[in-house]
Design a protein around this ligand. Structure first.
Ligand code: 5GP
Length: 177
């Protein structure tokens, strides 16, 4: 029999501490600027809400959603924007807030999409970075935590739409009896 279990990877107090550090860093770097934070749905919705509340710079918020069509759970590079940003982007300081950079394909497409609207600046903040799995050379400006491999859930991240509500981050394990 094969089943799934989950094991805690990043407990909530550690997440809160790190989110505050990221928010402080962003607030220092963006002092005097007005920011439009764009959260990538759905996975970044919890991170985004914690991050913007911890920041000390004025910030408007919007969301974008991208779907990557391909076999299995891995990004194919065929990324389609299914919900676009609604607020104006031109001439503005953009902070893209994403849950995970994995292959980098999704964020690369989103950044290209936003760049076409002529923002003043673009910064990217990712809660998690799976650096070793890149298929394209993509670097986020701010990273919460780095991890090598494994599939994580909780803190907005799902497995088949489950577990997004969990306050901690867990790694999913496949158990074989
Ligand atoms: P990329 O285009 O960088 O390969 O894909 C990034 C997207 O894949 C993330 O925004 C996220 O939705 C999904 N993803 C990648 N790794 C994980 C993971 O470990 N757990 C969950 N829940 N989603 C993941």
């Amino acid at each position: 029999m094969t089943g799934l279990s989950k094991e805690i990877l990043i407990p909530q107090p550690e997440i809160s501490r790190r989110v505050q550090e990221l928010a402080d860093q962003i607030s220092r770097d963006c002092a005097g600027e007005e920011i439009l934070a764009i959260g990538v749905l759905k996975g970044a919705f919890v991170f985004m809400s914690d991050l913007v509340r911890a920041m000390a710079v004025p910030c408007q918020t919007d969301f974008i959603r991208a779907v990557s069509y391909g076999a299995g759970s891995e990004s194919s590079g065929n990324v389609v924007i299914t919900k676009d940003v609604e607020l104006p982007v031109e001439g503005r300081n953009i902070l893209i807030v994403e849950d995970i950079v994995d292959t980098g394909l999704t964020l690369q497409s989103i950044v290209d999409h936003i760049k076409r609207r002529n923002p003043k600046s673009i910064r990217v903040c990712a809660f998690l970075d799976k650096r070793k799995r890149r298929k394209v050379p993509f670097e986020a400006d701010y990273v919460g935590f780095s991890m090598d491999d494994g599939f994580v859930v909780g803190y907005g991240l799902d497995f088949n739409e489950q577990y997004r509500f969990l306050p901690d981050v867990y790694v999913i394990r496949t158990d074989v009896d």
